[in-house]
Design a protein around this ligand. Structure first.
Ligand SMILES: Nc1ncnc2c1ncn2[C@@H]1O[C@H](COP(=O)(O)OP(=O)(O)OP(=O)(O)O)[C@@H](O)[C@H]1O
Length: 246
């Protein structure tokens, strides 16, 4: 279980998070949505222990949490298998075992033909799969994902979402995924948590009861419409400072 308790944070004079409390249970998928700049990435970094919160407390009871960033963050001078095995190397796993585990994950994620490629020789979708494989290689039971698919075009994004759902379900991994795309959140989350514009506060939380396999496009658009009918959610998503008349 991951518990974020009354998290508040500021950068200098600028307050970005305010009293955010959130839990993530084993095997659960929670999607965090909100407008640009509302503090989603900051909250994820706090959850990952990369940033210490100015206020509140983080209690991470998972065995191992791994972060997947928007750009994949692969080492450009390392080939695919070595990129997958990066976390294992840091953990002192011998090279032969690292490569064996990386090979098996590459096969599972449809990257079997590309073992020797450098990141620049991979498509965006493949790079994200390598980043996912790297997180899985260290046997994470909790994934913290920061807009992992936002750089992909629509078709690839849908494929990557399906792959993630499959991996999470088969391995019983928990995930906290940040996105600004409501339909992505509704496709991937057991719960969707909506933050207000900065300073980010939780303004709404929706439980998505429908099984993942039955969340087709019609359901996603209808559910997004229903969410946007909540005034607090609409305000978060439709708020534009340029629409405010003086
Ligand atoms: N290291 C930092 N130093 C100073 N300000 C920062 C830092 N990191 C983030 N900020 C600011 O904090 C605010 C929240 O940023 P954050 O990246 O958490 O928002 P976000 O909701 O993830 O945005 P987006 O959806 O655009 O990625 C922004 O105004 C950003 O400029």
């Amino acid at each position: 279980m991951l518990e974020l308790d009354a998290i508040g944070h500021a950068f200098g004079m600028s307050r970005v998070l305010d009293g955010v409390s959130l839990t993530l249970a084993p095997g659960e998928s929670v999607c965090l949505v909100g407008p640009s700049g509302c503090g989603k990435t900051t909250l994820l970094r706090i959850a990952a222990g990369l940033v210490g919160p100015a206020e509140g407390r983080v209690n991470d009871g998972f065995h191992r949490s791994a972060v997947v960033f928007q750009e994949g963050r692969l080492l450009p001078w390392r080939r695919l298998l070595d990129n997958i095995g990066l976390g294992l190397k840091a953990a002192g796993v011998p090279r032969r075992e690292r490569l064996a585990r990386a090979r098996s994950l590459a096969a599972e994620l449809g990257l079997a033909e590309c073992h020797d490629r450098f990141p620049h020789e991979l498509s965006g979708g493949m790079q994200q799969r390598v980043a996912l494989a790297r997180a899985l290689a260290v046997e994470a039971d909790c994934l913290l994902l920061d807009e992992p698919f936002s750089a992909l075009d629509v078709g690839l994004r849908s494929e990557a979402q399906a792959l993630l759902l499959d991996l999470l379900a088969r391995r019983g991994i928990a995930s906290l995924l940040v996105t600004h795309d409501l339909t992505e959140a509704l496709r991937l989350g057991h719960r969707v948590v909506v933050l207000s514009p900065a300073p980010g506060r939780i303004v709404h939380e929706a439980h998505v009861e429908r099984p993942f396999a039955e969340r087709d496009a019609a359901f996603l658009y209808e559910a997004a419409g229903a969410l946007l009918r909540h005034p607090a959610v609409a305000e978060s998503f439709l708020f534009r400072t340029d629409e405010v008349t003086p």
